[in-house]
Design a protein around this ligand. Structure first.
Ligand SMILES: Nc1ncnc2c1ncn2[C@@H]1O[C@H](COP(=O)(O)OP(=O)(O)OP(=O)(O)O)[C@@H](O)[C@H]1O
Ligand SMILES: [Mg+2]
Length: 358
């Protein structure tokens, strides 16, 4: 039997569960003349949700992950590359030839891959990017407006400090494009879209993506796990207790539980065995990550993982508070009512290293 769980990449069809309200909300915004801002911690399902809706809407989609962009000119080149993926070069070459800076476009005849670059020109670093964004507006049809998805949008800030202002000045005039801004570093995204001083203040419809509700995820897990065990209810409950309904970690743990059940029977200690296997796979990554963390942050993480009270740390409350905020900014912790680990396996790793059980 095929393993029905999927993690790590974008999910759709039978791997996509719930989010009915969010799907409706995204669809509504994209059909209106507003832009969409979607924020959540890492791996909550932003890309999957947006991809599902944009595919259904049958409009041209241009997506770019800004994490992999190295400069403003690289941004322009990669964006143009995405434009050329869905538009024939012959059809738009007259528009490209009127760019202020001519791009170098090379076609690799073997792979059919197009490589694009803009030669850097002093003082005019934004010109190329401006031309590409305006090109998208020019080729956009009112009846079939292109959707431009800029993933990890908070990375803009590290590319160039003036970029946000310059970008806004250009795209605020666009009427034929829907922009979708995705981001996982909540505080930076909030500063960009919620702070009055920011050029992108209230630029679009702001949506926060939550975890998948317990009852929906429970249903999703039991429906699939019952094909491999009679204890699907116990197991689903145990999986969700450990992952706290985090979309990615739930699918990951369920995937490995399924693998385990292909060769073994369910037993009470089974989820823990599987959790230990997954944590073991990531041991080197966690160790590397641990070595980049400062002593105070390590103490705070250990306290949180082992459910110790912070007052045993003998550290000033203000120091603990800044540490919690720093760890949240970096994405290790997520703030709900209290501070929680984003990755339950990292929490388990800390605990098991303390107890020498891995
Ligand atoms: N609606 C869903 N139903 C079931 N699982 C989901 C759903 N959405 C996301 N997931 C799980 O979460 C994982 C991450 O999803 P996705 O890549 O869409 O999230 P993301 O928020 O864009 O992540 P990143 O922060 O890495 O960009 C998927 O591989 C899948 O395992
Ligand atoms: Mg994503």
């Amino acid at each position: 039997m095929e393993n029905p769980f999927k993690f790590g990449t974008v999910v759709n069809n039978e791997h996509f569960t719930d989010r009915t309200n969010e799907q409706r909300e995204v669809r509504r915004v994209l059909k209106s003349s507003n832009h969409l801002i979607l924020i959540s911690p890492r791996r909550f399902g932003k890309t999957s949700l947006v991809k599902k809706i944009t595919t259904e809407l049958n409009r041209p989609v241009i997506s770019l992950d800004l994490q992999l962009i190295t400069s403003v000119n690289d941004f322009a080149a990669q964006l143009l590359k995405q434009v050329l993926k869905i538009n024939k070069f012959e059809k738009i070459k007259h528009l490209i030839s009127s760019f202020h800076i001519a791009p170098t476009i090379e076609l690799n005849p073997l792979s059919n891959n197009v490589e694009i670059s803009f030669r850097p020109i002093a003082k005019a670093s934004f010109t190329a990017l401006e031309d590409v964004f305006n090109l998208i507006e020019k080729i956009g049809e009112k009846s079939k407006r292109p959707i431009v998805v800029l993933d990890e949008f908070q990375e803009m800030v590290s590319l160039d400090k003036h970029l946000l202002k310059q970008l806004r000045s250009v795209i605020q005039h666009h009427k034929n494009v829907s922009y979708v801004f995705l981001g996982s570093l909540e505080s930076m995204m909030k500063t960009i879209f919620e702070s009055k001083k920011s050029p992108f203040y209230h630029f679009g419809y702001l949506m926060y993506l939550e975890k998948i509700p317990y009852s929906d995820f429970y249903e999703y897990l039991t429906q699939r796990l019952k094909k491999i065990t009679k204890k699907e209810k116990n197991l689903s409950k145990e999986i969700l207790e450990f992952t706290n309904c985090h979309p990615y970690y739930t699918q990951q743990l369920a995937y490995y539980c399924w693998e385990y059940l292909e060769c073994n029977e369910y037993a009470a200690e089974m989820p823990n065995k599987v959790i230990a296997i997954i944590t073991g796979i990531h041991d080197t990554d966690y160790e590397r990550l641990w070595n980049t963390i400062n002593q105070i942050d390590k103490k705070v993480l250990i306290s949180l993982a082992t459910d110790e009270q912070f007052n045993v740390l003998s550290v000033a409350t203000s120091t603990i508070y800044s540490s919690l905020n720093r760890l949240t900014k970096k994405g290790y912790l997520v703030k709900n009512k209290t501070f929680e680990f984003d990755d339950p396996f990292f929490k388990y790793w800390i605990n098991s290293r303390r107890e020498f059980i891995l």
